[in-house]
Design a binder for this molecule. Structure first.
Ligand code: GLA
Length: 754
């Protein structure tokens, strides 16, 4: 609910209030953003500067209340008395926008550019600010528990304005906070770093042209005592896929200024008289129920206001992707055989990755030429897709439409379509980007991809982008606008197509891309131990339904680490499950295990994809209705480990639940030379007998089954003991390093006697 009372704007969402007022000088003060209060409470948040801080620049002489540098603001000027970080810079010309008028509207205010924005049930406050030659409109929208903000600058003067910096949001928050960012690189996305916010500025910025795996646009501010369940946490994100900037800095007066927007690094936009510039939409969520409470709000927001309507809460298929299994080496027969195997295991969608077009037999050539390679696929895409459909599976296809290899027919025909500068072109993965700010380039992509999608029964697209830098300046923003236009033109008329975006894994995991496709390939790293970090940290800001998570072969291509198949499954379950490995090399017992995994996932898919997600002490939990699923993950296990307790969340205290293990198997080979101690004969650990036995025989790992009240399970259930060097026991958990356990918690009528 948004209201305007006695000069105060009260923006009240689920679990938060934001109070703003226009002060005597026409500046927009940020009185409060935090726990729910009343609009009439504004007086409690007013500052009383008294004699001020001595060195202040005053808007009115002798009035210490008029010092902009000490005010908590929701927008500010530059070069006009507030020397904290400015939200708007016009190439050295001061800015000083003051309140003009406002409007409260039901719903959202539709953007005019190609930028995507949050949609759904909302209310919006529109505040118009003016200065000679310029008009600035600030938009504040409430979507349930989330607040969004953006700004639009209009040139109302006679001269062209040079925008060198324009933020989407600025707010000053009182208190002490730490800032958490999610940083990394290829196969190492989403590493979490936390720093206290003091008077030096903490910055989360991407300058590659894309939202990037170097620094995800989302970041957090949390009170130093915040936990998963308690304490104050603010989450911030941006509906944008280009260069971003987020920063926090504390003032001497004790306010933390937080800004969010497009990165000003090398940014310049000439705004001619009469023109407008729209910023992307900034997103923020407040929680006094810790990191978990903030994540819950962000997840709901993404699931209901960001992803395309037709995919909201829609179950996603279990897919098989041929990339890690085949790379560029495949033909129609090999794919059909893989598809047969995938179908038998339970997969529902077969995805053909890179290498199906032009002369694309390695990453050195062919990008840009989207004509089917008839040597590999003599029956074309349509022949292959129909064959796969006839087996009872859907068909999906990989594209990388934004890039071009210099060794391609497209580049030879249109070298000027590539995005270059005046220096020698720099390649990355042997490719250049196409200049998406050019109309004919956009038309080419829309036509080529659209034609291919209509040429065969294709219901899924993996949209990749493996060139991680774009030209500087306003071009970077125009590129992103061009990309959004292309995605809109291709996918809006084809709502049947499930779009999963990808950029060498998670190089473009952001809310902008999620507005067009509900899933993102989270990382090229499919090692489940690495995925604990990647998926676990993505979960702060993005729900499980957005994360592509595949089981691949071990040792892993990215880490050479060997992990149990059960752990690979257990980690991937907490996302959109897929399989990505050469199926022909699977052992019978592995096939059986994968079949069980897929059947299990299908049974609980709704809970895994759309349940309430919790980060537990050593694992994850999802809960929906009467069912919860919880996994505990181990990395390196010490000798003689003690008992472990699993404290669950989100159950009803009074209700009864059955708690049981999702059965897992142990391979004989895991025991190596120890087997000779139990076998009647002395067995060679490297000999034929043991190697053969390892391929054929499995032993059950500890299965736990009990009933207990929700209260007891939340207090913490004592898990079966782990392996302690004292032998195998079917009532212990023997999966050691990199092992994991998965538990099913289902509501039942009564407790059984124990
Ligand atoms: C990128 C993607 C991979 C795969 C390859 C194909 O690296 O992240 O998943 O599609 O490209 O070249």
């Amino acid at each position: 609910m948004i209201e305007y009372k006695n000069g105060v704007f009260g923006l009240h969402g689920e679990g938060f209030s934001c109070l703003l007022r226009v002060n005597a000088y026409g500046l927009l003060e940020q009185l409060h953003f935090g726990r729910p209060v009343r609009t009439e409470d504004a007086g409690a948040f007013l500052c009383h500067p008294g004699l001020g801080w001595g060195e202040s620049v005053l808007l009115k002489e002798d009035d210490t209340e008029s010092c902009p540098d000490g005010m908590p603001l929701a927008w500010s000027g530059s070069g006009r008395g507030d020397y904290r970080e400015s939200p708007l810079e016009l190439s050295g010309v001061p800015t000083d926008f003051r309140y003009d008028s406002h409007e409260i509207i039901d719903g959202i205010a539709q953007m005019e550019s190609a930028l995507p924005q949050a949609k759904g049930e909302a209310q919006t406050l529109k505040i118009k600010m003016v200065q000679p030659g310029g008009e600035l409109t600030l938009y504040f929208s409430i979507f349930g528990g989330v607040l969004t903000r953006r700004a639009v600058l209009k040139n109302t003067g006679e001269q062209t304005l040079q925008i060198t910096k324009i933020m989407s949001s600025l707010m000053d928050l009182p208190g002490d906070y730490e800032m958490t960012t999610f940083d990394g690189g290829w196969i190492a996305e989403m590493r979490k770093h936390t720093l206290p916010v003091l008077q030096n500025r903490v910055v989360n910025e991407s300058t590659t042209g894309f939202s990037s795996h170097r620094h995800n646009p989302g970041f957090l501010l949390s009170s130093p005592d915040a936990t998963e369940e308690s304490g104050t946490v603010y989450g911030f994100n941006l509906v944008y896929s280009g260069n971003h900037y987020g920063a926090a800095q504390k003032s001497l007066q004790g306010f933390i200024r937080v800004v969010q927007g497009i990165s000003p690094s090398n940014f310049i936009k000439a705004l001619k008289p009469g023109e407008r510039f729209e910023t992307p939409e900034a997103v923020m969520a407040f929680s006094e129920r810790g990191f978990g409470g903030m994540s819950e709000k962000m997840h709901r927001f993404v699931n209901t206001c960001i992803v395309p309507k037709q995919w909201q809460h829609k179950l996603r298929p279990v897919l098989f992707n041929n990339w890690e299994g085949c790379m560029f080496d495949f033909n129609h027969r090999r794919l059909v055989n893989l598809a047969k195997d995938a179908k038998e295991l339970g997969c529902e969608l077969f995805v053909l990755d890179d290498g199906w077009f032009g002369k694309r037999n390695s990453d050195k050539a062919g990008l840009g030429d989207y004509d089917v390679n008839k040597e590999k696929l003599p029956y074309g895409l349509s022949g292959l897709a129909k064959k796969i459909n006839s087996m009872g599976m859907e068909f999906g296809l990989w594209f990388e439409p934004e890039s071009v290899n210099p060794d391609s027919d497209l580049y030879r025909a249109h070298p000027d379509w590539a995005l270059t500068d005046s220096f020698t072109p720099l390649l990355s993965r042997n490719q250049l980007l196409l200049d998406l700010s050019k109309r004919q380039v956009r038309d080419y992509i829309v036509e080529k991809v659209g034609f291919t999608l209509d040429s065969a029964p294709i219901t899924y697209v993996k949209w990749d982008m493996n060139r991680h830098s774009v030209a500087l300046g306003a071009k970077a923003h125009e590129y992103i606008l061009g990309l959004y236009e292309v995605l809109d033109r291709i996918f809006t008329p084809r709502p049947r197509v499930l779009l999963e975006s990808c950029s060498s894994g998670g190089n473009r995991f952001d809310l902008g891309m999620l507005c067009f496709g509900p899933q993102v390939w989270a990382s090229d790293d499919t090692d489940p131990i690495e995925r604990l970090t990647i998926q676990g940290n993505l979960s702060y800001l993005y729900p499980q339904s957005t994360m592509g998570a595949h089981v691949s072969a071990a040792p892993h291509a990215q880490t050479l680490r060997t992990t149990p198949l059960s752990t690979r499954g257990n980690v991937s379950f907490f996302g959109c499950l897929g399989y990505e490995l050469d199926l022909k090399h699977l052992l019978k017992l592995e096939r059986e295990q994968i079949k069980e995994q897929i059947a299990f996932y299908k049974k609980y898919r709704e809970v895994f994809q759309f349940g309430t997600f919790r980060r537990l002490q050593r694992g994850w939990q999802v809960t929906k209705g009467k069912t919860a699923l919880a996994a505990t993950f181990r990395t390196v296990l010490p000798a003689a480990p003690g008992y472990e307790t699993l404290a669950l969340r989100d159950l009803e205290e009074e209700k009864c639940y059955q708690f049981s293990t999702f059965a897992q198997k142990l391979r004989i080979g895991q025991f190596g030379s120890l087997v000779k101690h139990v076998a009647p004969v002395d067995l060679d650990p490297n000999g034929m007998i043991l190697r053969t036995a390892d391929r054929l025989i499995t032993m059950p790992d500890g299965n736990q089954k009990l009933t207990a009240s929700g209260a007891a399970l939340m207090a913490g259930v004592r898990l079966l003991p782990l392996f302690r060097g004292t032998g195998y026991d079917k009532n212990q958990r023997t999966l050691t390093d990199f092992g994991s356990d998965l538990y099913i918690i289902e509501e039942v009528e009564t407790l059984e006697n124990t």
